[in-house]
Design a protein around this ligand. Structure first.
Ligand code: CA
Length: 430
């Protein structure tokens, strides 16, 4: 099995008996992402999204509905770090067993008691995030932002050689729906800094990467093996206070401008589910330097990219009052990532740093080259100089109180069922 292997669980002809799951825009039987949920008096436990239901995986395993997986019982409650640590073989086995349960109509009566309507489930952050690292792999984002500061030299010379990143803050990683409080901090001014609430609150559209099996301190993960350490993907909004960032970022990079909140979508979409949506790594310009050998693997070069359609959606308080639905502001494709996630894993560990199951990576803001594909308002409004006009007649440069901001991703390919990631949204509360 490889990370791009396509099998019967990806067949668009698969027939799923779960009501509403067939052709579901995000969670058909071909997806089967893992998450953590609770309902009523029961504590957090592992679930699987199927249509508009959460399948109680922990309950089903403990009741013997998935023979051969009883040994998982102890890793399916409270948090999923230990499940992720088990790696691809267990994930694939579960995927095939779940696929059989949901496509064999003879099993419907036995399985139905474990289907919880999504509206009755409370979703939780699936893992305790031990460490969070945010990369900067969106080359068009890096170029466009660089241009705002350095018109003649937008991309720094190291960019095409080294996957840039910084160590982020794990404690403020939250799930979709968590209210977004505007951070206060030092804001730059002509006469020196002043203290106050950020006036340039922004989003960053990114993919999140959940780390599976970790590595021992001092033992790097070779790029050829890096995919074995990736447990899944989610959406990640790296909320950013641009004014605080502009003042504080030199010389050590982002700090308080980004540590106040990072929002994730709830489901861990597995590499297995995304196999049909693999793509070659970023097609570099002919004069671009080759990466150093520790970042090069033939399989990763051929299949290490992902082809996902991304979106940024906004609904203001006034739009809600007028009954106007959210508007799509922009959105590009994940093929704009200059580095693959395997290269990020290899680079992160090359000096001996140990990753642990449930660690989280952000890819960096994903923007396309063309207008309308920006993954942040900083880019969309050219640093706040070109406001966007909304259907309500309002204008926006940066986010305002009452704004509900959502990012989306969709995996779509001719001949395959479309799969999604679920919501990654937050409302600005002040
Ligand atoms: Ca970021």
């Amino acid at each position: 099995m490889t990370f791009w292997t396509i099998d019967e669980t990806h067949s668009i002809a698969a027939c799923c008996w779960v009501e509403g799951a067939q052709g579901h825009p995000s969670f058909p039987v071909q997806n089967l992402p893992f998450g953590l949920f609770s309902d009523g008096d029961s504590g957090p436990r592992a679930g699987v999204a199927i249509g508009d239901f959460v399948f109680d995986l922990a309950g089903a395993v403990s009741c013997g509905l998935l023979p051969g997986f009883e040994m998982l019982d102890h890793v399916l409650r409270e948090r999923l770090n230990e499940l992720l640590a088990l790696g691809a073989e267990v994930r694939l086995g579960l995927r095939k067993a779940l696929f059989t349960l949901f496509t064999d109509a003879a099993r419907a009566d036995a399985v139905r008691p474990f289907l919880v309507p999504i509206d009755h489930a409370e979703l939780h952050l699936p893992c305790e995030v031990g460490d969070y690292t945010d990369f900067y792999a969106g080359i068009h984002h890096a170029t466009r932002v660089g241009k705002l500061f350095r018109p003649d030299n937008p991309l720094l010379p190291n960019y095409r050689h080294v996957p840039i990143g910084y160590h982020g803050r794990a404690s403020s990683v939250v799930l979709t729906g968590t209210p977004v409080s505007r951070p206060s901090g030092q804001l730059p001014g002509a006469d020196g800094p002043r203290f106050g609430p950020s006036e340039r609150l922004d989003l960053e559209l990114e993919l999140g990467v959940w780390i599976g099996p970790g590595n021992t301190l001092g033992t790097p993960i070779p790029v050829e093996q890096a995919h074995e350490h990736i447990a899944g993907f989610c959406l990640l909004n790296d909320w950013s206070a641009r004014d605080i960032q502009a003042w504080e970022y030199q010389p050590l990079g982002p700090f308080l401008a980004k540590n106040f909140l990072t929002t994730l979508s709830p489901w861990i979409v597995t590499p297995e589910a995304l196999a049909p949506f693999r793509a070659p790594a970023f097609q570099r310009e002919s004069d671009a330097p080759s990466p150093l050998p520790y970042l090069c693997a033939a399989d990763d070069h051929a299949h290490g990219g992902l082809s996902l359609s991304l979106g940024v959606w906004l609904q203001t308080a006034s739009m809600r009052e007028k009954g106007l639905s959210e508007v799509r502001l922009s959105g590009g494709s994940s093929d704009a990532l200059y580095w693959t996630v395997a290269q990020m894993v290899a680079h992160h560990t090359v000096g001996g740093c140990n990753l642990r199951a449930g660690d989280l990576f952000g890819t960096g803001t994903i923007s396309g080259e063309a207008d309308g594909t920006e993954g942040s308002l900083l880019e969309l409004t050219s640093g706040g100089s070109q406001p966007v006009t909304l259907p309500s007649g309002e204008i926006r440069t940066f986010l305002q109180a009452g704004d509900r901001l959502r990012i989306s991703a969709e995996a779509r390919r001719e001949g395959y069922a479309t799969i999604g990631f679920g919501d990654c949204a937050g409302e600005i509360v002040d």
